[in-house]
Unconditional design. Structure first.
Length: 327
């Protein structure tokens, strides 16, 4: 019966999340009973989509939810053996027992780091792949804009577009991230939206307009992109980071959707699960060939998880934000 530390939401944030919104709680976790497994989490993911749940959805004074990768350390379940790696949605805790529901066995690629299964070869990579190719209906050689292109989803979306021979513009919030996107990833243009007005910068970077805008931000980014959309352009909406802390994201020119006959559609990964095998094959190959690059920000220990989420929302991460819970 191991002791497990877990992170609770103890008060809802007003604006940006702060340390006082969270507490670390220690409790005993029961050993595996018949039909159960005991899992030790090794890695957990920190994602922008967690922020809206802090306002509504995440219960107070309970362990928070989030993607994680764990190892089975006890098993009385026919479907799992000790040592199996399992992906789960029970992050923000060190140990948990499960009847197997919600656990997916992972067979890691021996030629790739385990961490890539938490981003480029995992959920964020799949979100970018399906969002761009299925929802965005990307065609070779098109004009593409990706917001927050230095993040875990945006960086993969931008690189897939480059692999398809597209002219790709990305936005990000720091000179260091902009340099990585320009010099290492090879985007055609990069906008630091903290130092350049997004509207004029995007106009300058897209002389042929835009066929696809992969939206992670909403707000002024969406407004700027709508001004540049070509006829029958597509906007797959992955996130609205600009409104996560405030609860709203204003866009004044939505009428452009009508005049340019633009398709604007929100999505979630279950919308294109039929593409998962294709994604795994393509992304593993791209990673091994060095065609898709990535960055990781890894902090150690469950106690660091609230700070990782706070830092993520402030843009302090490079690439995917992960918390290492055990080795």
């Amino acid at each position: 019966m191991p002791k497990s530390r877990e992170i609770h939401l103890v008060q809802r944030p007003s604006g940006a999340p702060a340390a006082e919104n969270f507490a670390m709680v220690e409790r005993q976790v029961a050993d595996a009973a018949d039909g159960q497994v005991l899992v030790e989490n090794l890695l957990m993911s920190v994602d922008p989509a967690m922020r809206p749940r802090l306002t509504a959805g995440q219960a107070l004074d309970e362990a928070m939810m989030g993607g994680a990768l764990g190892r089975v350390v006890q098993s009385k379940h026919d479907g799992f053996a000790v040592g199996d790696l399992v992906s789960n949605r029970l992050g923000f805790r060190e140990y948990f027992t499960s009847d197997g529901k919600g656990l997916t066995r992972l067979t890691p690629d021996p030629d790739l780091p385990l961490t890539v299964h938490m981003h480029a070869l995992g959920g964020t990579g799949f979100t970018a792949y399906g969002g761009l190719l299925h929802i965005g209906q990307l065609k070779d050689g098109e004009q593409v804009f990706v917001s927050t292109a230095g993040g875990a989803v945006g960086s993969v979306a931008a690189q897939i577009a480059k692999l398809k021979g597209c002219h790709v513009v990305g936005s990000t919030g720091s000179d260091a991230k902009a340099a990585w996107l320009r010099d290492e990833v090879g985007l055609d243009a990069v906008i630091n939206y903290k130092t350049q007005p997004i509207r004029q910068a995007l106009e300058d970077a897209t002389p042929k307009g835009l066929d696809v805008y992969f939206d992670n931000v909403g707000g002024d980014h969406l407004e700027a992109a709508l001004r540049r959309m070509n006829t029958l352009g597509r906007i797959p909406v992955c996130g609205f980071i600009s409104g996560y802390n405030s609860g709203h994201s204003n866009v004044s020119n939505l009428s452009n959707i009508i005049y340019s006959r633009v398709m604007l559609r929100g999505f979630v990964a279950p919308d294109f699960m039929h593409l998962y095998a294709d994604f795994q094959r393509d992304m593993a190959g791209w990673l091994k060939d060095g065609k898709v690059k990535y960055q990781e920000t890894i902090v150690d220990g469950i106690a660091a998880a609230p700070g990782a989420l706070i830092g993520l929302m402030a843009g302090e991460n490079a690439g995917k934000m992960l918390v290492r819970l055990a080795s």
